[in-house]
Design a protein around this ligand. Structure first.
Ligand SMILES: C[S@@+](CC[C@H](N)C(=O)[O-])C[C@H]1O[C@@H](n2cnc3c(N)ncnc32)[C@H](O)[C@@H]1O
Length: 313
């Protein structure tokens, strides 16, 4: 959970994986899906968002109807009221949402029949499904609905996620990039304290090796998407190399830890997504506890986006 604690407490962003885009909330297909789901609710409906992160879905609900009563939980130590500042366009919506961190979907601390609807956006599948579903059922009012978007193993999101893991594995472990960077750091410190010809040569050699390694990694990319993953990281590393007078081992380690943490979040996602078989097993196992339960695929122009789970109490 520590990689999620770090993420939600360090980024002025609502979404997971906002290294890409959508740091101010979900848009497009996903936002449309939820607008449609919210349109069936009364204006003052009580809503629970499970595994909310910094509240991207909770904010969508509030934007749809400011009089919705929205509560949002996450197993991570979230605190969006403290983290999201007023430079974020969603700041105003967050204020009226009740957030509870360190709360697992498997142990919801709410009374029976507390909510008209329970929602989850790429979150429910991270929990143990049996225990989480029992609690969701308990806190829902009779005839209330649980609606969740769930990662799909063949979605384009999951494909990109697997690619990201491979690229980060290469950058962090398989290549000599961080060894070179650390050596470059030491060489820059030595050169600044002792400006000899040998120190200058050593520093220049490492500089060239680093830039050559960047080029080699870019050149060997098999697709635009793979190149994007490398370039996202290089965007952070190149300024360090250019600004070598202020370079420090701490700065390098900080980026290395961020990337390792990002890789763990991606790995969580890969471990959480559902295949067709898992989706069918889920329905077979839990359907009887609900008055209705259905799973379907949500698609968009880019292909499969995710699963949609709907279960009515
Ligand atoms: C991919 S993020 C999604 C966050 C948010 N719903 C969004 O769309 O931006 C998955 C979230 O699930 C949370 N999580 C993981 N296991 C959980 C559990 N057992 N109960 C509640 N939340 C959990 C993580 O802390 C993380 O914030």
């Amino acid at each position: 959970m520590n990689h999620w604690n770090l993420y939600w407490n360090n980024e002025n962003t609502l979404n997971s994986f906002a290294e890409g885009d959508q740091s101010t909330g979900y848009t497009g297909e996903i936002a449309n899906f939820w607008s449609n789901a919210f349109s069936h609710l009364s204006d003052d409906a009580s809503i629970l968002d499970v595994a909310t992160g910094n509240g991207a879905l909770a904010v969508l609900a509030k934007k749809y109807s400011p009089s919705f009563r929205v509560t949002a939980i996450d197993a991570a130590n979230i605190n969006p009221h403290a983290i999201i500042n007023n430079s974020n366009e969603n700041y105003q919506w967050l204020k009226d949402i009740t957030f509870k961190g360190n709360v697992r979907a498997e142990e919801l601390p709410f009374e029976e029949n507390s909510f008209n609807v329970v929602v989850s956006q790429f979150g429910f599948e991270y929990a143990e499904p049996g225990a989480a579903l029992t609690h969701i059922h308990r806190v829902l009012q009779t005839n209330g609905e649980f609606v969740a978007l769930i990662h799909h193993n063949t979605s384009f999101i999951s494909a990109d996620c697997r690619l990201g893991i491979d690229v980060l594995q290469d950058i962090l472990v398989e290549s000599e990039l961080f060894d070179l960077l650390e050596a470059y750091c030491e060489a820059s410190a030595t050169l600044q304290s002792e400006k000899t010809y040998e120190n200058e040569q050593h520093f220049q050699t490492l500089n060239k090796s680093l830039l050559a390694l960047f080029k080699k990694m870019q050149f060997e990319c098999q697709s635009e998407q793979e190149l994007d993953w490398y370039n996202e990281t290089f965007k952070r590393l190149v300024p360090l190399i250019m600004d070598w007078q202020t370079l420090s081992l701490d700065k390098v380690k900080c980026i290395k830890n961020d990337l390792a943490s990002h890789k763990l979040r991606l790995q969580d996602q890969v471990d959480a997504y559902w295949s067709e078989q898992q989706a069918n097993d889920f329905i077979a196992r839990f359907q009887s506890q609900w008055s209705s339960m259905a799973l379907e695929q949500l698609t968009c122009n880019e292909g499969i986006l995710c699963w949609v789970l709907r279960a009515r109490k």
